[in-house]
Design a protein around this ligand. Structure first.
Ligand code: FAD
Length: 308
C-alpha cells in the first residue's frame, strides 16, 4: 500500500461522476437529493449524458445548471450529433454557454430505434468536435469517447484508433473510455494510443457493478470482456443484493488501485445516479477531494455557487 499512497500523493488523482437524466419526476427528485450527496464528495467534475433520441435533453441542460449553481460543481454536457440538425446543435451549444457549462463530451451517438439520421447533419464525433471549435473556438473544453476493446461498428481496432486520433487532432482535450473490467485491456489501449501519437489524458471509464441484472444488461449491450474471476464471483452472490454491491465496490477498488499505480490522472465513474457505492469507492481508494486540484483540461464553470 505504500506504493499506492505514493502514487496517490504524487499524481493527485482526480475523479469525475457521470449521471443520466431521469425520465420521471420521481427520478428527478431522487437525483436532486443524490446530487447533494455526490457534491459533498467534491468531484472535479460531474457530467450528464445526452439522450440521442432527444427526449431528456432539456433535463440534461437543467441538471448541469443546477449542479453548477446550487453545488458549485464544474460540469460537462454530453452531446450527440447523429440525429440532430446543425441548427439544433448550435442552439444547444448556445444554451450550454448561457448556463455557464464549459465542457462538452462530443459524441456521434446512435440513431435511436425508429429514428433516422438527419439530412445534411454531422456523421461522426470528429465532425462535432470541428463544429464546436469552429463556432466557439476554445471556449469549451472538449472530451471524446474511446473504446479500449474497439467500437462495435469499427472496421478494425486500428481503424478505430486512427479515427480517435482524428478527434484529438481536431481539438479534443481529453479521452474518456468505455467501461472495461480488465485493467490490462485499458493499459494496452493507452499504450497503443501513445504509439500513434495521441498525447492527451486518457481517462478510464469505470462502471461499478451495482445490480446483477444491470451489470448483465450493460455488458451484453457493450460486449465488453468480463474476466472469469468477476463472472464467477458475481454468480456466487447474485441472489443477495447487498452482497452484489459489496462485490461491485471491492472489484472496482481493486481495479482502480491497479490503474492508479499505473499513473492514470483521473478516474471517471459511471455512477448510474447512485451515491452510497460511489462514496465507498472514493473512500476505499483514499482519494482526496478533487475540488481544488488543478483543473486542466477541464474548464472551470463561469457561474459561481449561489448558496450553500
Ligand atoms: P465516433 O467517434 O464518431 O465513432 C463511431 C464509429 O465510426 C466508430 O466505429 C469509428 O471507428 C467510426 N468512425 C469514426 N470516425 C470516422 C470517419 N471519419 N469515417 C469513417 N468511420 C469513422 N451515447 C449517447 O447517446 N449519449 C451519451 O451521453 C453517451 N455518452 C457516452 C460516454 C462515453 C464515455 C462513451 C464511451 C460513450 C457514450 N455514448 C453515449 C455512446 C456513443 O454515443 C456510442 O458508442 C456511439 O456508437 C459512438 O459514438 P462516438 O462518439 O464514439 O463515435
Amino acid at each position: 500500500h505504500n506504493e499506492l499512497n505514493q502514487a496517490l500523493q504524487s499524481n493527485e488523482v482526480w475523479y469525475s461522476f457521470e449521471l443520466f437524466p431521469p425520465k420521471t419526476e420521481k427520478g428527478r427528485e431522487a437525483l436532486r437529493r443524490k446530487l447533494n450527496n455526490l457534491a459533498e464528495l467534491e468531484p472535479l467534475i460531474v457530467d450528464i449524458t445526452w439522450g440521442a433520441g432527444g427526449s431528456s435533453n432539456t433535463t440534461s441542460l437543467r441538471i448541469c445548471k443546477r449542479a453548477q449553481q446550487l453545488h458549485g460543481l464544474n460540469t460537462m454536457l454530453h452531446l450527440t450529433c447523429m440525429s440532430m440538425t446543425r441548427e439544433e446543435l448550435k442552439q444547444v451549444l448556445q444554451s450550454a454557454k448561457e448556463k455557464g457549462i464549459q465542457n462538452i463530451l462530443a459524441l456521434r451517438g446512435d440513431v435511436p430505434q425508429g429514428g433516422k439520421k438527419v439530412d445534411n447533419g454531422l456523421n461522426y464525433a470528429v465532425d462535432l468536435v470541428k463544429f464546436i471549435k469552429n463556432i466557439h473556438k476554445d471556449y469549451f473544453g472538449i472530451c471524446v469517447a474511446g473504446y479500449p476493446e474497439g467500437h462495435g461498428e469499427a472496421e478494425s481496432f486500428e481503424k478505430d484508433l486512427f479515427y480517435l486520433k482524428q478527434k484529438v487532432d481536431a481539438g479534443a482535450d481529453m479521452i474518456i473510455t468505455q467501461m472495461f473490467f480488465d485493467p490490462n485491456i485499458f493499459l494496452n489501449y493507452k499504450k497503443k494510443c501513445r504509439e500513434i501519437g495521441i498525447k492527451c489524458p486518457i481517462i478510464p471509464g469505470i462502471m461499478p457493478i451495482m445490480t446483477y441484472s444491470g451489470f448483465m444488461r450493460m455488458t451484453k449491450f457493450t460486449k465488453v470482456t468480463v474476466p472469469k474471476e468477476i463472472t464467477e464471483g458475481l454468480e456466487k452472490v447474485k441472489d443477495d443484493k447487498v452482497k452484489v454491491v459489496d462485490f461491485g465496490v471491492s472489484t472496482c477498488v481493486k481495479m482502480c488501485q491497479q490503474l492508479i499505480l499505473d499513473g492514470v490522472e483521473g478516474i471517471h465513474i459511471y455512477c448510474l445516479n447512485q451515491y452510497k457505492p460511489v462514496e465507498r469507492i472514493i473512500k476505499g481508494l483514499s482519494l482526496r477531494s478533487s475540488r481544488y486540484r488543478r483543473s486542466y483540461p477541464w474548464r472551470r464553470s463561469t457561474i459561481q455557487k449561489r448558496r450553500g
